[in-house]
Design a protein around this ligand. Structure first.
Ligand code: HEM
Length: 622
């Protein structure tokens, strides 16, 4: 009998050791009785031994937001959950949010952001402390309004290609607008649109007697259509075939997800414990701003293998496909906590795939940096900031891109290594296109569901442009006040970044509770933006929420799609301008009609808030 008890104790001990090795959580909480008591003062669901509240998240991925909304409703504006003995305190009260976000003491990101590090290193989004402070200072001038003004041509030239692509879909029963918009925003943030260039080079190839004037025109436009990052991916034009492949891959992923859903439902029926473990990967939520997907842990590997068969055709396009694949891999890993420890993940098929994808992504960025540094050293395209954001260039390019700025600082002040630059370039390529793509797509969806509001936007555009076909200038974009209200309201209902999360380095006194250091504090704009005391009738799409006289009476931390405080979104003004430019271009050409009702769209809480099945709209020429 005694030996049986010893064997049982040893088995439990061994199990705990294995759990501790596999799941990288902070187990010191087991011994922090006083701190745990403080957490227990906060309302929240009763935790199970060891696992805490993770089984609550054993629902299909598109229902995760509902679980959080329910917890918020059932407990209070501040509620807690336990994840493997680790506390998460969700904060939704604007006064409490202000305490966390406005402070320079709480700028450390939670552990979930570590999953982005193999890709983004410690770039601006993921870094903390001195590195974050100094890089934020270096990068801020790249968003000076004088520089933003220059990007309007970049927004316009890329919107032109988008319109061209959408034109091909007129008359079709529907188009998934989000995939086209994503390619456009990807081109805007990193690629050169070589529309004129491509057009004329086709002529050069097909017609022997191309005039010298045409070639000069090509060169002129080539220099005019300089880009945000200065890196070429041609997602909309050259990347067309790979774009189709990317769509197919998403379809494949959805199939996998559906299959997984069936297995989980079977698990519910048979109540087998091992299937209930599928809750574990949904605890992606656990402390995560980054959300979850519904990959079943057994299946990503199969899908990865199938996906790998679809070989892209050129290295440039590989890069943009890899970019999206990398996002998928991060989400997949988030959703499977047993893959969080890097040493474990590396041994899995997905881990090995991530290694290959990163090799391509990093290799591409490193090559661009090398070339740009060589250009700089040869005295080509050397920019110098003269004062307050204006700059001079010794070369032919007109725009100082983010990359130029980073090279300049690196060469002149020796502050940034090649790795530092790569991390920032990768960070901006990721943060700077998926977010705006989601925002533009959701804005088009809401306008397509509210024809009367769409007509108000058209009226405003009419007042600005009249009958002219000319493209928007920076001044025009400033005049689009109603459009701005629409964009802000769409971001209220569909914040592109649905959650952000900090890990507290010191104890924090909130309005009603004391939160001990070491706690994760997820802040979910999706919930915050639906507070009926602040936005009466919160599910209604109502741009009047952002009339200046209404907005200025609101708590400044009650609406935070770009986060707030010192770690807010550095690209906020860039994003708003880009949204206005792209939306204005599309709406001037097409009437948008959304084919799905809001209630029937399943929202996926991922790195970015996405619809599960895309956004179907019908386009009619104006
Ligand atoms: C509608 C579009 C956008 C939305 C809704 C958005 C939202 C956000 C949010 C909520 C954060 C805070 C994330 C966190 O703390 O975890 C953030 C950070 C950031 N965003 Fe954006 N973003 C948008 C567009 C952009 C663009 C266009 C760029 C670049 C050109 C950009 C670059 C960044 C960077 C680098 C950070 C990290 C800033 C730091 O920690 O200092 N974002 N963004």
């Amino acid at each position: 009998m005694l030996s049986l008890i010893v064997a049982l104790v040893l088995a439990i001990f061994l199990l705990l050791v294995i759990l501790a090795i596999v799941f990288p959580y902070d187990y010191t909480w087991m011994f922090r009785k006083a701190d745990s008591k403080k957490i227990e003062m906060i309302p929240g669901p009763k935790p199970m031994p060891l696992f805490g509240n993770i089984l609550l998240f054993n629902v299909p991925a598109h229902q995760l937001l509902n679980v959080l909304l329910r917890l918020h409703k059932e407990y209070s504006s501040t509620f807690r959950i336990w994840v493997m003995g680790f506390p998460e305190v969700f904060i939704t009260d604007p006064d409490d949010i202000e305490i966390i976000l406005s402070s320079r003491s709480h700028i450390t990101k939670s552990l979930d952001y570590n999953l982005l590090q193999p890709w983004l290193g410690t770039g601006l989004l993921t870094s903390s402390g001195d590195k974050w402070q100094s890089h934020r200072k270096i990068l801020t001038p790249a968003f000076h309004f004088k520089i933003l003004e220059e990007y309007v041509q970049v927004f316009n030239s890329n919107s032109r290609v988008l319109i061209q692509k959408l034109q091909e879909n007129v008359g079709k029963p529907f188009v998934d607008i989000s995939s086209y918009v994503t390619m456009c925003t990807l081109d805007i943030i990193c690629g050169k649109v070589q529309w004129e260039y491509v057009y004329f080079m086709t002529m050069v190839k097909s017609e022997a007697n191309v005039t010298r004037a045409s070639i000069s025109y090509v060169i002129l436009n080539y220099s005019v259509t300089e880009t945000a990052m200065g890196i070429t991916v041609n997602a909309q034009t050259g990347g067309q075939t790979d774009y189709i492949k990317a769509v197919k891959r998403n379809e494949l992923q959805l199939e996998m997800n559906n299959f997984k859903g069936k297995i989980v439902r079977a698990g519910h029926r048979s109540r087998k414990l091992w299937l209930n473990a599928s809750a574990l990967y949904r605890l992606s939520y656990l402390g995560t701003p980054l959300g979850t997907s519904q990959f079943f842990p057994l299946y990503p590997h199969t899908s990865s293998r199938l996906m790998r068969r679809q070989k892209p055709t050129s290295s440039v396009n590989l890069s943009h496909l890899s970019l999206h694949r990398m996002s998928e891999l991060v989400v997949h890993r988030q959703t499977a906590p047993w893959l969080h420890r890097r040493s474990v993940f590396k041994l899995t098929p997905s881990g090995r795939e991530q290694g290959r994808v990163l090799k391509k992504l990093h290799g591409f960025t490193e090559q661009v940096i090398k070339e740009r540094r060589a250009e700089y050293r040869a005295g080509i395209n050397r920019f110098s900031v003269v004062n307050n954001g204006s700059y001079e260039n010794s070369g032919k390019r007109k725009h100082m891109t983010f990359l130029d700025l980073l090279i300049e600082v690196s060469e002149k002040e020796g502050l940034l290594s090649d790795t530092d630059i790569r991390e920032e370039v990768d960070t901006f390529m990721f943060e700077g296109h998926d977010t705006t793509s989601a925002a533009i797509s959701w804005a088009l969806f809401t306008l397509g569901s509210h024809p009367e509001i769409q007509e108000n936007v058209i009226r405003e555009l009419g007042e600005i442009f009249g009958d002219s076909e000319r493209e928007a200038t920076y001044e025009d974009l400033q005049k689009m006040k109603y459009m701005e209200q629409v964009i802000k309201e769409a971001l209220r209902l569909y914040p592109s970044v649905p959650g952000i999360c900090r890990k507290l380095d010191v104890d924090v006194k909130l309005k009603n509770y004391m939160i001990p250091a070491g706690t994760s504090t997820p802040i979910i704009p999706y919930i915050i933006h639906r507070n009926p005391e602040i936005f009466p009738n919160p599910e209604e799409f109502n741009p009047d929420h952002f009339l200046p006289e209404v907005a200025q009476t609101r708590h400044p931390f009650a609406y935070i799609p770009f986060s707030a405080g010192p770690r807010n979104c550095i690209g906020q003004r860039f994003a708003l301008l880009e949204e206005k430019a792209v939306l204005a271009s599309v709406l001037r050409k097409f009437k948008i009609q959304s084919l799905d009702r809001r209630e029937s769209i399943d929202l996926m809480l991922q790195l970015i808030l996405r619809p599960k099945h895309g956004i179907r709209v019908k386009l009619t020429p104006r």
